[in-house]
Design a protein. Sequence first.
Length: 268
Amino acid sequence: MRVAVFLLFPTILPAADALLLRSGPPVSGTYEGGDARSIRFVVGDQVRVFPVSDVMSIQFDNPTAKRPSSSEAPRTPSEAALSSKPDVADKQRKFCEVIQDYRDANMRYANEPNPIKRADMRKPDPYDFEQRIADLLGASGRFENWTGTVRFHVDGQHIGASFFPDCKAFPQAIEFGTAAHYVLLSSDSNTMIPLHSPIADTLSRASGNQTVVASGHLFYLSHGNLGSFQTGQKGELRQRYKNAPNYPPASAASPRYLAAFDSMALQH
């Protein structure tokens, strides 16, 4: 058995993770997490899902991935899935929880039948919850390998896309969107996807509300939206992230964020 495993390794590309299956050739790609039932592996521009029962072992070539030392017992695929990259799914789950916590707080306030008790309650402020999102994502606004669905349209030589992170309680109620239309010299238009680009190639193979794995960043406003003295527009100093259509401010109450995407992969 040791000889058979040793002979398989030369077929694996050195700059990729390797998934060794109980039957069939090894799979070269990038490990993207998993759970006790399945392993997710990015192969080319596709996310493939393998049942744990079909997987013999995982070989990590990413220097940041945790590998067992020679004194440690070999991990099973499910153990590797749970301990190697927990941050991706965990950050998305925590993001969804902030939105849900705001909605639950609003429901408690609105449904309090006793007017005296309700008068003593503080109406939930969406920006208090938005600060939790800022603490989670940081000034970079970075989201990495989040799962969800995507819709898109073509505007000239650009693609406008909306990504809806997978939050079980409220599907497609949260949107990470590019600018809706390309406007020359508009900084927001830079979020749109060029018609000839790797993401466009991926989307050309998508259908309907395609499930994808997306990475990119939200537009964090370090000093809030100060408004304009020239126009008299009222600013919102607590605004943390820019909204896709630029109104109203993006918040836990209106979770429509302006986003720039740098990768998308179809999930099958």
